[in-house]
Design a protein around this ligand. Structure first.
Ligand SMILES: [Zn+2]
Length: 281
C-alpha cells in the first residue's frame, strides 16, 4: 500500500495542477490585474526550490520519520496501542491540526511571519500561489512535521494519504476558480474551498489572521479563527496581498527571497496615501 500511495503522489499533484490551470483559464473567478508571467516565473522558481529542498532533505522527510517511528515502536499512538484503522484516521486528523497550528504560529511569531509573508505577498492568488513559500519556511516546516510524526507515531500510510489529500486541497483552495455558491456552502462545512481560503489572503491583516485551516475547516471553528462574515462571493472583490510589496518589481525572485530580511513595520492596515516602503534591516 505504501508504494502504491507514494507512486500516486506525483500523478495527483500534476493532475490537480493541470485541472486547476485549465479551470482558471476557462472560468476565472477574479479578473487578472497584472500579467501572470512575472508572478508565475517567481512562484514556479520557488516551487523548484521547494522541490529541491525536499529531495535534499529526504532523510528528514515525513515518510522516513513515520517509518522510523514505526520501526522504533515509538510515538503516542503506538504507546496507546491504537488499532491500525483508528490510527489511520487519528494520524490524518493529528497531521491536519498540526498544520493548522503551524500556520497560526507563522502568523503570530514575528520572525516566522517574515518567512510566511512571502506566501501572502502574492498580489493575486491562483494555483501557483500554493507553491510560493520561502525556502527557509519549507525547511522549518519539514523539520516540524518530522518531529510531530515521530513523537506522535503517525502511521506511514496516514502520512502518505494525508499528503495526497492535502496536495489536492491546497492547490485547489488557491486556484482562481469559481465554485457555485451552493456547493461552496456545503463543502466549506468540512473542507477548505477557494472562497474560504481567499479571505486569508486579503490585504487587511485582521482578515489575514483568520481561516488558517489547511484541509479541515473544523479547526477554525473549534479554535475561534473562523472569518466573521463567512465570506463567499464578497471575497472576490477584496484587495489581496501585502501593501508593502505591491509593486511588480516586488515580485521578482531575488526581491521575494530577500523579503524576510526587509523591515516593513507590522503590516498594519496602511493609511490611505501612505508611501512607506520596506527597508533592509
Ligand atoms: Zn497564512
Amino acid at each position: 500500500m505504501l508504494g502504491y500511495l507514494a507512486g500516486l503522489l506525483p500523478f495527483v499533484f500534476c493532475g490537480i495542477v493541470g485541472a486547476a490551470a485549465v479551470a482558471e483559464l476557462l472560468k476565472p473567478c477574479r479578473p487578472t490585474l497584472q500579467p501572470v508571467t512575472g508572478r508565475w516565473s517567481t512562484n514556479l522558481a520557488l516551487f523548484g526550490f521547494q522541490f529541491g529542498l525536499q529531495k535534499l532533505l529526504v532523510p528528514l522527510s515525513a515518510l522516513v520519520a513515520a517509518l522510523g517511528a514505526q520501526k522504533a515502536e515509538t510515538g503516542l499512538l503506538t504507546f496507546l496501542g491504537v488499532p491500525a484503522a483508528a490510527g489511520m484516521v487519528a494520524g490524518i486528523l493529528l497531521l491536519d491540526v498540526w498544520k493548522y497550528w503551524e500556520h497560526r504560529l507563522m502568523h503570530a511569531v514575528p520572525a516566522l511571519w517574515r518567512l510566511h509573508r512571502v506566501h501572502h505577498s502574492d498580489v493575486e492568488i491562483d494555483f501557483t500561489t500554493s507553491e510560493r513559500h520561502h525556502p527557509l519556511e519549507v525547511m522549518l516546516s519539514i523539520a516540524g512535521l518530522f518531529a510531530v510524526i515521530y513523537l506522535l507515531g503517525i502511521p506511514p500510510e496516514a502520512v502518505l494519504l494525508y499528503s495526497l489529500i492535502a496536495t489536492a486541497v491546497v492547490v485547489l483552495s488557491h486556484a482562481n476558480i469559481e465554485v457555485p455558491q451552493w456547493l461552496d456552502g456545503a463543502l466549506r462545512n468540512i473542507v477548505v474551498t477557494p472562497a474560504f481560503h481567499v479571505v486569508h489572503h486579503y490585504a487587511d491583516r485582521r482578515e489575514t489572521d483568520t481561516n488558517f485551516a489547511l484541509v479541515i475547516t473544523l479547526w477554525d471553528r473549534i479554535f475561534g479563527s473562523l472569518h466573521r462574515e463567512n465570506a463567499t462571493v464578497k471575497g472576490n472583490r477584496q484587495v489581496l496581498g501585502i501593501e508593502d510589496f505591491r509593486e511588480p518589481r516586488d515580485n521578482r525572485l531575488h526581491r521575494v527571497l530577500l523579503q524576510p530580511f526587509l523591515s516593513t513595520g507590522t503590516n498594519k492596515v496602511p493609511e490611505s496615501g501612505s508611501n512607506d516602503k520596506p527597508r533592509l534591516v
